[in-house]
Write a protein that binds this ligand. Structure first.
Ligand SMILES: Nc1ncnc2c1ncn2[C@@H]1O[C@H](COP(=O)(O)OP(=O)(O)OP(=O)(O)O)[C@@H](O)[C@H]1O
Length: 376
């Protein structure tokens, strides 16, 4: 069990509404990640599910039971924090055993469970050590062990990897994904790190200002963002946005003008009309040095060379920021004019409200390589 349903959940602090009516259905066994910029309400929403913060309006339902008025210990959840929250004077064994001791479980059962969890988390050689003798990653594994041992219906993680260095974070991401696969438990994970969101989630919930901006599978959000906010938030470097003017709508898509150039983007144009101001979205990784349907001239002010690719950052003539991510060690130089080309298939269009015009191609088909003239 471990099904969670949020129905129009609201949180207010005085007159300040932090969570503005969030509804969400999380089936049993799903790994859901809440992402969003600082202050969007991710931690607040998680703490409301845990029962650490009360809920101002709406319903929190776990396995069919409304739990708004239940204290945290009665909700069948376990939470893992960024700070580990371990007892420094207790051994690893006793830290993991702690919830079972509180429940006064028999000694033999406690020993069995702690040893089983320690094996899963590769802590079996460390059971007699104190947290101070462990690395950050090992301490976080102890905190996760203490959550697992309770066999909760739902695991809640609040930025659990933020205190770890980049290499350890990458290892722990893989471990957590494996743990989820083994336990088949419902997990809700808060992070501001979109790499964690993209790599671990079955579904991502993007929050913006206390609202859900979009819910979807990681590649669904990448290929089919519903709005400018999600388009700009998912993807690194972030999507480029250029102001364009609608020149016509046809079966092939919506034709827009960027300066003297025209490009027909394969999106449905029901809401578009001649003369309408739109925003063209271009991912940096969809820029190439060859020929394409649209050419952007730029003079990069900064170039990052990462070996596997090269990122050029520029300010365009109209003042807009633009970045291009080129494969390999591209022959581009700071302050040297260059041109990048983009295929229409890869472009996105947004209306003046920031809503995406629906792309004609199913996002699942875009996971396969698309014939791309710009990269030829
Ligand atoms: N106890 C409180 N009293 C008043 N306002 C609060 C309180 N707790 C949080 N807030 C406000 O609620 C909003 C959401 O906070 P929350 O911590 O949920 O954001 P977050 O998305 O988790 O951000 P971060 O990534 O920085 O942790 C913020 O504007 C914050 O200032």
């Amino acid at each position: 069990m471990g099904q969670l349903y949020l129905n129009k959940v609201v949180k207010t602090y005085g007159h300040f509404e932090v969570i503005k009516g969030v509804s969400l259905d999380i089936p049993e066994g799903e790994f859901v990640v809440f992402v969003g910029p600082s202050g969007c309400g991710k931690s607040t929403l998680l703490r409301m599910i845990a029962g650490l913060d009360d809920t101002s309006a709406g319903d929190i339902v776990i396995d069919g039971e409304r739990v708004n008025d239940l204290p945290p210990v009665k909700r069948g959840i376990a939470m893992v924090f960024q700070s580990y929250a371990l007892y420094p004077h207790m051994s690893v064994f006793e830290n993991i055993a702690f919830p079972l001791r509180v429940e006064k479980r028999p000694e033999a059962e406690i020993r069995d469970k702690v040893e089983q969890v320690a094996r899963i988390l590769k802590l079996d050689q460390r059971l007699n050590q104190k947290p101070g003798q462990l690395s950050g990653g090992q301490r976080q594994r102890v905190a996760i062990g203490r959550a697992i041992v309770r066999e909760p219906k739902i695991f809640l993680f609040d930025e659990p990897l933020s205190n770890l260095d980049a290499a350890l974070r990458a290892d722990m991401r893989i471990e957590l994904t494996r743990l989820h696969r083994d336990l088949k438990a419902t997990m809700i994970y808060v992070t501001h790190d979109q790499v964690e969101a993209m790599t671990m989630a079955d579904r991502i919930v993007v929050l913006n200002g206390g609202h859900i901006a979009q819910v979807g599978m990681p590649l669904e959000l990448y290929h089919k963002p519903d709005n400018l906010f999600v388009a700009g938030f998912i993807g690194n470097p972030k999507m480029n946005f250029l102001p364009v003017l609608c020149k016509g709508v046809s079966d092939e898509g919506v034709t827009v003008a960027y300066g003297e150039q025209h490009i027909t983007v394969p999106v449905r144009g029901e809401v578009a009309h001649m003369g309408m101001e739109l925003t063209l979205g271009i991912r940096p990784e969809h820029c190439g040095l060859g020929r394409g349907d649209l050419t952007i001239h730029l003079s990069p002010g900064v170039i990052e060379r990462l070996g596997v690719n090269t990122i050029a950052y520029a300010t365009l003539a109209d003042g807009a920021a633009f970045s291009a991510l080129l494969t390999g060690s591209a022959p581009v130089q700071v302050d040297q004019p260059m041109s990048v080309a983009i295929a229409a298939d890869h472009c996105h269009l947004f209306d003046s409200q920031g809503k995406a015009l629906e792309r004609m191609m199913d996002w699942r088909d875009q996971i396969l390589p698309v014939a791309m003239t710009a990269a030829e």
